[in-house]
Ligand binder design. Structure first.
Ligand code: LLP
Length: 426
């Protein structure tokens, strides 16, 4: 019966602070409704600080990969902590500017973008990284004489699922180094200044070997371009989703030491003045988020016990898309003496059999009305939510440093569902 009522037992908020601050999950669920994303400002700031202190190199920058979570309030906190950002779309650029990032603090890591999208970034003053010789050529024609960055595919990849491995042979991303001559030719044809090279090997590694190998490979490529301003080794820093099973954390200290050694040997020793960037999304925000949902039904079907909740895959898509594992806490069992633990399948309210949040999970007895906490849901949670089945996307609440809950995004309303038709019908 440990870890059931306190909230986020697996996460060290520090200073004896509970994840939910002065509140508790049941009250938050009552006040704001469910499903509900809840974030801890304390944990978010902790993670930001771990990252900005990763190495001691003076020209080191952390680009928060904003695709993991673009809540405006979280972006503002991340900016306050001194991180820069990447962007994957004009929408991300737009929201990052709104959060207070300056254009020069944003790197647009484009992938198969239109001329208009490139124009939007350049007009805004944001550096564009292109993802192919084809797009470099298009960029050159439009912005002759300007600066650009290029995403390289280092030939190695890593990730928690094949869908998120973004380096190596089986991916659409990056320029294969065999085309470096073409890159050189295109740069000089359009008189482009190559400001930086970047890469991203994939999402979620728990041991740093492949990341470091790829960083070395990117530095090999950097040797071909003496006028570079920056190299960006990408993100992918993993977090332990199986904390209750004792999964160990990524050893950030070890990664930092080894990265610093690489920087000393390959950059400092050769007298280069390169800025070094890393680009973690998940590591920054995953653990500061818990998704609350309510149990609406408990039933047996085909000999299995199903826990029916309001957390459909429109709210958290990761389990359905990648078979991703999120630990689950049950709130509301505090007065249930002798609560037995049993295997259950936790499902949502979407019209698909695949709408499964957790399969055959051992949980304490769950009853209608209980509130569940889906842990480590801060990254790729809310940003991947949708209105499938005309479900409303949830609200987001921040537990601030004083431990008080603050609404930082309202949930959708039924009117939001028809907003895009309004003009057409009037
Ligand atoms: N940089 C680039 C260019 C990326 O494409 C990504 C993630 C990152 C950095 C940050 O990766 P991270 O540090 O968060 O691993 N929806 C999936 C993850 C997709 C990641 C896509 N790219 C999930 O829920 O696991």
């Amino acid at each position: 019966m440990d870890n059931l009522n306190t909230g986020r037992a697996g996460n060290d908020v520090g200073g004896g602070t509970d994840f939910f601050g002065t509140g508790n999950p049941s009250d938050l669920a009552k006040t704001y409704g469910t499903p509900l994303y809840v974030y801890s400002e304390v944990i978010l700031r902790q993670r930001c600080r771990e990252l900005t202190r990763l190495v001691t190199y003076g020209k080191f920058k952390v680009n928060y990969s904003a695709k993991a979570n673009t809540n405006l309030s979280l972006l503002r906190i991340i900016r306050e902590e001194g991180l820069l950002v990447d962007a994957m779309s004009p929408g991300e650029i737009f929201i990052e500017l709104k959060a207070g990032f300056r254009p020069e603090e944003i790197l647009f890591i484009s992938n198969n973008v239109s001329a208009e999208e490139m124009r939007y970034a350049v007009k805004t003053g944001v550096t564009v990284s292109v993802d192919s010789v084809s797009q470099l050529e298009q960029f050159g024609k439009m912005f002759r004489g300007s600066k650009v960055a290029i995403r390289i595919n280092p030939g190695v990849g890593a990730g928690h699922h094949e869908k998120v491995i973004t380096g190596g042979k089986n991916t659409k991303f990056g320029v294969d180094p065999v085309y470096l001559d073409e890159v050189q030719r295109t740069l000089s044809q359009y008189n482009l200044h190559l400001a930086g090279i970047n890469q991203h090997i994939g999402s979620l590694f728990m041991t740093p070997e492949t990341y470091l190998e790829a960083a070395g490979l990117l530095l090999d490529i950097a040797d071909h371009f003496p006028d570079l301003d920056f190299v960006d080794f990408g993100g992918g820093f993993g977090i332990p989703y199986h904390k209750q099973d004792g999964e160990v954390r990524l050893d950030l200290k070890d990664l930092g030491n080894r990265l610093q050694r690489l920087i000393d040997e390959r950059i400092v020793a050769s007298g280069k003045h390169l800025t070094v960037k890393v680009e973690p999304g998940r590591y920054t925000v995953a653990e500061c988020g818990i998704l609350l949902g309510r149990v609406h039904s408990v039933k047996m079907n085909g000999g299995k016990k199903y826990i029916g909740t309001d957390i459909g895959f429109n709210v958290l898509a990761r389990p359905v898309l990648y078979d991703a594992y999120h630990e689950i806490e049950v709130y509301g069992v505090e007065n249930r003496i002798d609560s037995k633990r049993e295997p259950v399948t936790v499902v949502g309210n979407i019209c698909e059999t695949g709408d499964v949040l957790a399969k055959d999970r051992i949980l304490p007895e769950v009853m209608e009305g209980d509130v569940l906490g889906i842990l480590d849901a801060g990254a790729y949670g809310m940003v991947m939510s949708s209105n499938y089945n005309c479900r409303l996307r949830p609200a987001e609440v921040l537990i601030n440093r004083e431990g008080k809950p603050v609404l930082i995004r309202r949930h959708d309303t039924l009117e939001d569902l028809v907003r895009h038709f309004d003009d057409l019908e009037s």
